[in-house]
Design a protein around this ligand. Structure first.
Ligand code: GCO
Length: 480
C-alpha cells in the first residue's frame, strides 16, 4: 500500500534554542533559567549545560545546507527570549533579532518553511529573580510584549507560530517535581503557574490575530492517550479521568476557553485551587488557536485507584466516588482519579519509554474529533544511544520507529484527520535537557560527548537518507 499524504504536507524536523544554539552569553544574550539551573550540581547528567550545545549559533548555515540536501520542507525551532530581551523586558538586543532573521532568511532561501516556537522553556533569568517567574500574572503582559516584537519583525515571513512548547511538561517538571527550573516541588504552585501560562497563551493568540491575521498560531502539547488496563468499568472510568486530567485539562482551556469542571472541583477539595477571575475567563475564551501542535512520544495505562490506600475517608463524597476526602497532605489529585500501571502489550525504548505507534493514530483521531482543529505534529522521534562506527551511524532502530509512527499518521489522515505536517524530533542531535548527549534523536550525528565540545563535526546517519527518500516520494516509500 502506498500512503497518501497531502501534496503540501510539511515534512519537517524540530529543535529548541537551548538544546542547539550554544553561544549562551554571546552578542548580548541574557541568561535564561536553564543557564542558571544547569549550574546546580547533580541536576543534569554529568552536569551538562547548554553553553555550547551543538553550536547552531555558529553552524546554522552548515545545518540548513544539510536540511536542504535532505529536502526538508519545514524546520521548527524556538527563539530564545533572552537573546531578544536580555532582561526579559526593556531594551531590545538587535544582535539577537539579527541572528534569527539570518536563520529565517536562510531557511526561506532554501524553500524550507520556518515554524517558530515562541517559548521552549528558557525563560529569561531576570524574570524569575525579579518577578518570581510564571507564578506572577505580570508575566502575561511581559510575554505578550516579547511576542509583539517578533510578530512585528517576522510576521510577514512566518506562516506557523507555536506559542508554548509542552506546557504540561514544563509546569509539572518545574513546579511540582523540581527537575526543571525553577526547581520547585509544590503542587499548588504548579497549578498557579499553569494558569498564568494559560492566560499568556490566550492573550498572545489574541494579539497575533490582530497583528498577523493571515497566518496561523497554536500551542504544542505533549499528548498521550491513556488506556484502561482492563474492560472493567471502574478501569475504563479511571482512563476517562486520566485523559481529562492529563490532556483535557490543557486542551479544553486552549480550544474551549474553560477548565474541565470535575478537575476544578477536585482541586478545590484538595485545597489546590487557584484564582480564576471573570476577566480571566473572558481572556481564555478570546484566544483560540488556529491549529494544535501535538508532540507525541507515548501515552499511559491506568486502573481504578485503590481507595483503601487513600487516607482520611471521612469527607467521602457519596455522589461521586472518585472525589475523595480533602487530604491536605496528599496533594495528589491523581490518586483520587486513577492509578498508573505498565501496559503489558507495549515494548520500551532504551530510555524506558513505551513504543506505541497505534496510540499515535488514536491520539490524532481523539484530538481532532474533540476540538476540530487542524493538527501539526510538532514532535515525534526516538531517543537512543547512537554509535559512531567506521565513520557511520547505522540507526536502523530509528528508521523502524519513525516508519511505524508515520504509517499511523498516514492512516489517521486517511481516517479524515487534517494533519498539516510532521516535524521529526530532531534534525541534528542536540542536548537532552537532563540526559546530556547520551540520548540522541537526530538524523545528523554531532561528534561530541557530555564532557567535550571540541569537535562538533556533523555526520549524516542512515536515517538521514531514509527520511530524504520519504520526503522525495511524499511518504510513498513508507513500509506498511
Ligand atoms: C530530552 C527531551 C527533549 C524533548 C523536547 C520537548 O531528552 O531532553 O526528550 O528533547 O523531546 O525538548 O519539546
Amino acid at each position: 500500500m502506498i500512503m497518501k499524504f497531502p501534496n503540501d504536507f510539511l515534512w519537517g524536523a524540530a529543535s529548541a534554542a537551548y538544546q542547539v544554539e550554544g553561544a549562551y552569553n554571546e552578542d548580548g544574550k541574557g541568561l535564561s533559567i536553564w543557564d542558571e539551573f544547569s549550574q546546580i550540581k547533580g541536576k543534569t547528567k554529568h552536569n551538562t549545560n547548554g553553553k555550547v550545545a551543538v553550536d547552531f549559533y555558529h553552524h546554522y548555515q552548515e545545518d540548513i545546507k544539510l536540511m536542504a540536501e535532505m529536502g526538508l520542507k519545514a524546520y521548527r525551532f524556538s527563539i530564545s527570549w533572552s537573546r531578544i530581551l536580555p532582561n526579559g523586558e526593556g531594551e531590545i538586543n538587535q544582535a539577537g533579532l539579527d541572528f534569527y532573521e539570518r536563520v529565517i532568511d536562510e531557511l526561506l532561501k532554501n524553500d524550507i518553511e520556518p515554524i517558530v516556537t515562541l517559548y521552549h522553556w528558557d525563560l529569561p533569568e531576570k524574570l524569575q529573580t525579579k518577578y518570581g517567574g510564571w507564578e506572577n500574572r505580570k508575566l502575561v503582559d511581559l510575554f505578550v510584549e516579547y511576542c509583539r516584537i517578533l510578530f512585528e519583525k517576522f510576521g510577514a515571513k512566518i506562516k506557523y507560530w507555536v506559542t508554548f512548547n509542552e506546557q504540561n511538561v514544563f509546569t509539572s517538571l518545574g513546579y511540582r517535581w523540581a527537575s526543571h527550573p525553577p526547581n520547585v516541588s509544590d503542587t499548588k504552585r504548579m497549578f498557579q503557574a499553569n494558569h498564568v501560562v494559560n492566560l499568556a497563551n490566550a492573550k498572545v493568540i489574541q494579539l497575533f490575530h490582530k497583528l498577523v491575521p493571515n497566518e496561523k498560531i497554536g500551542p504544542s502539547f505533549g499528548y498521550g492517550e491513556v488506556y484502561p488496563l482492563t474492560s472493567s468499568p471502574a478501569d475504563v472510568l479511571a482512563a476517562v479521568n486520566a485523559n481529562q486530567f492529563n490532556n483535557d485539562w490543557w486542551l479544553d482551556v486552549y480550544c474551549r476557553g474553560y477548565y474541565p469542571e470535575k478537575i476544578l472541583r477536585l482541586l478545590k477539595k484538595l485545597h489546590l485551587d487557584f484564582e480564576i477571575t471573570a476577566e480571566d475567563l473572558k481572556v481564555l475564551k478570546a484566544g483560540k488557536p488556529d491549529f494544535l501542535g501535538i508532540n507525541y512520544y507515548h501515552g499511559g495505562t491506568v486502573k481504578a485507584p485503590d481507595f483503601e490506600k487513600v487516607k482520611n475517608q471521612k469527607d467521602f463524597d457519596k455522589t461521586d466516588p472518585y472525589l475523595m476526602a480533602a487530604d491536605k497532605q496528599a496533594a495528589s489529585p491523581e490518586s483520587y482519579l486513577f492509578e498508573s500501571v505498565e501496559n503489558p502489550y507495549l515494548d520500551k525504548t532504551n530510555w524506558g519509554w513505551e513504543i506505541d505507534p497505534i496510540g499515535f493514530r488514536i491520539a490524532l483521531r481523539q484530538v481532532y474529533e474533540k476540538y476540530q482543529l487542524p493538527i501539526m505534529i510538532t514532535e515525534n522521534g526516538l531517543g537512543a544511544f547512537d554509535k559512531l562506527e567506521d565513520g557511520k551511524i547505522n540507526d536502523q532502530y530509528r528508521i523502524d520507529y519513525l516508519n511505524d509512527h508515520l504509517v499511523q499518521v498516514g492512516k489517521a489522515i486517511a481516517d479524515g484527520v487534517p494533519v498539516l505536517g510532521f516535524c521529526a524530533w530532531s534534525f541534528t542531535d542536540l542536548l537532552s535537557w537532563l540526559n546530556g548527549y547520551d540520548k540522541r534523536y537526530g538524523f545528523v550525528y554531532i561528534d561530541r560527548d557530555d564532557y567535550s565540545a571540541e569537535n562538533l563535526t556533523r555526520i549524516k546517519k542512515q536515517s538521514f537518507y531514509w527520511y530524504q527518500k520519504i520526503i522525495e516520494s511524499n511518504g510513498g516509500k513508507l513500509e506498511v
